[in-house]
Design a protein. Structure first.
Length: 263
């Protein structure tokens, strides 16, 4: 009798664990009307085909990315780097005007090996850059009249050190720009997806976002807003799963080149 009870307990525990894994690995379509749309990146380097809400719009952003905008998007809320009104869809590893740092390349590799410290640092760095940009945007118009004024402005971009007229807040010295990270792994239709949810700080206000990294070097990123009927954060995982990618490029000499074009 004792062994039967023990066996029953083990069976129940296994069932609970299996259900938990299935729930974590199930990508649920939002309860909305959707449409399948196709959009090329600038220069037609990449063709994206994806399922999005019927009233959202898709636009090319540059040669490796597109963005999907809510009907509630406007010039202010949709221009933010992270916005509940905009899905950012891009290739996170292709070199662009600013080469990707080796530590960031390693962070992406580690992410799909279950090592998350690198991606946490990468996200924190990105949020810090956004905050520095916010401070710079609040400055009076800059005129580069002397070599010194150009260097002052460059120093802010690099590490936020003080200039003769402006000092970054001391509270920024050891600030945690992103916290409360959670990582979920999914077996998507086109490969593995790692969904990273986190809280982030812009100036003094905290928000919540999600970055969905596919193992084919593409990501879909959004943010959450409890006041919005449907935010980009609610869509990110679904779009990352159903998105089909057709590449029309090759990488040569660390540069992206379009296939079939004689350079």
């Amino acid at each position: 009798m004792k062994y039967k009870i023990l066996s029953a307990i083990i069976s129940i525990v296994l069932m609970i664990l299996l259900v938990g894994c299935q729930q974590n690995n199930t990508i649920i379509k939002p309860d909305i009307e959707t449409k399948t749309v196709t959009e090329n990146s600038e220069g037609d380097y990449i063709t994206f085909s994806l399922d999005i809400p019927s009233n959202w719009k898709l636009y090319a952003q540059n040669y490796t990315s597109i963005a999907c905008f809510s009907p509630d998007a406007n010039k202010t809320n949709a221009s933010e780097n992270i916005s509940p009104y905009k899905l950012r869809i891009d290739n996170y590893i292709i070199p662009s005007l600013m080469p990707i740092d080796d530590k960031y390349k390693q962070a992406y590799k580690d992410l799909f090996s279950g090592k998350y410290d690198g991606i946490k640092d990468l996200i924190c760095d990105n949020i810090e850059y956004i905050n520095i940009g916010k401070v710079i945007d609040s400055f009076p118009d800059v005129t580069f009249e002397t070599p010194e004024s150009i260097m002052d402005y460059f120093n802010i971009l690099v590490d936020g050190i003080s200039t003769p007229d402006v000092t970054m807040p001391e509270s920024w010295n050891d600030k945690k720009w992103a916290t409360d990270f959670t990582f979920s792994e999914y077996n998507g239709k086109n490969g593995k997806i790692i969904a990273v949810e986190y809280s982030y700080v812009i100036i003094d206000k905290t928000y919540k976002a999600i970055n969905c990294y596919r193992d084919d070097d593409f990501s879909v990123c959004g943010a959450f807003d409890d006041d919005a009927d449907l935010s980009s954060g609610d869509l990110a995982l679904w779009v990352a799963d159903n998105m089909e990618i057709t590449k029309h490029y090759k990488i040569e000499d660390n540069m992206i080149k379009q296939e079939g074009v004689d350079y």
